[in-house]
Design a protein around this ligand. Structure first.
Ligand code: ZN
Length: 247
């Protein structure tokens, strides 16, 4: 009886949350796709627990909004090492984002927590190779790319983020670098190693961010009002503006 009630609740919640009932920065008036809800989150290297890798850098509010993962072998010994999807989801970006990023994949995830569907984007960049394409469904632990140097700009490492705000995409300079827009990736994964409500078909918003890293937001008619937008600055897409060390 209880189980039936929970199932009914889940079914009722699905369309509600898909329409933006969640307060986690889900835009309104955007098209939706379907994906598989996450059953848990794994580390993006050395799956599932980052075996053979270490975090050389974590999230620093205002400066570095993700984790840097390196192989234990130091230097470029991890060049080409596999990078895995942290959870089930939908690939919403897979291309060369240029500038300080290079080959980049963004995967959109839905997970059940606090009696509602929640959305996050995982972000993998500086990669040597990319093995997924936009619109592809991926499973937790699926190969998405390999660790790279962003075409020789850095010592090989994976820069990895988990965003609450689905509008960021590759336009990091337009959004506040704080915990209203980003999760601390390592802590987030540790707190969501397994989640209930996984492996269900669920709706996710798509086309929530610009694919070009230019500040043209104001040119789009009927765009979504955004309270988390950072004050506009000149030249907000500079190499190293996110504080990557040039080792
Ligand atoms: Zn980084």
């Amino acid at each position: 009886m209880m189980r039936r009630a929970i199932r009914l609740l889940l079914l009722l919640w699905l369309p509600l949350s898909a329409l933006g009932a969640s307060d986690d920065a889900v835009p309104e008036r955007v098209p939706y796709a379907t994906t598989r809800s996450a059953d848990g989150f794994d580390m993006p290297v050395g799956k599932p627990d980052a075996a053979g890798h270490y975090r050389s850098r974590g999230l620093i509010v205002g400066r570095h909004m993700g984790d840097d993962w390196n192989g234990n072998g130091m230097g470029n010994s991890d060049l080409g090492a596999p990078v895995y999807s942290t959870a089930h989801g939908l690939v919403v970006f897979a291309r060369n984002a240029r500038m300080g990023w290079g080959n980049t994949v963004i995967i959109r995830h839905v997970y059940w927590k606090g009696m509602k569907w929640n959305y996050v984007d995982s972000f993998y960049t500086h990669m040597h190779q990319v093995f997924v394409r936009e619109g592809q469904q991926v499973r937790r632990g699926q190969l998405v790319g390999s660790i790279g140097t962003n075409f020789g700009m850095y010592t090989a490492h994976l820069h990895f983020e988990i965003r609450k705000n689905l509008r960021i995409g590759i336009n990091q300079g337009s959004y506040r670098k704080d915990l209203s827009n980003y999760h601390r990736p390592y802590d987030f994964i540790l707190g969501h190693r397994t989640v209930s409500g996984g492996n269900r078909p669920v709706k996710v918003p798509k086309d929530t961010f610009r694919l070009q890293s230019r500040t043209v937001n104001e040119m789009r008619p009927g765009r979504i009002p955004d309270n988390n937008k950072a004050p506009k600055r000149k030249g907000d897409f500079k190499v190293n503006r996110f504080g990557e060390p040039l080792r």
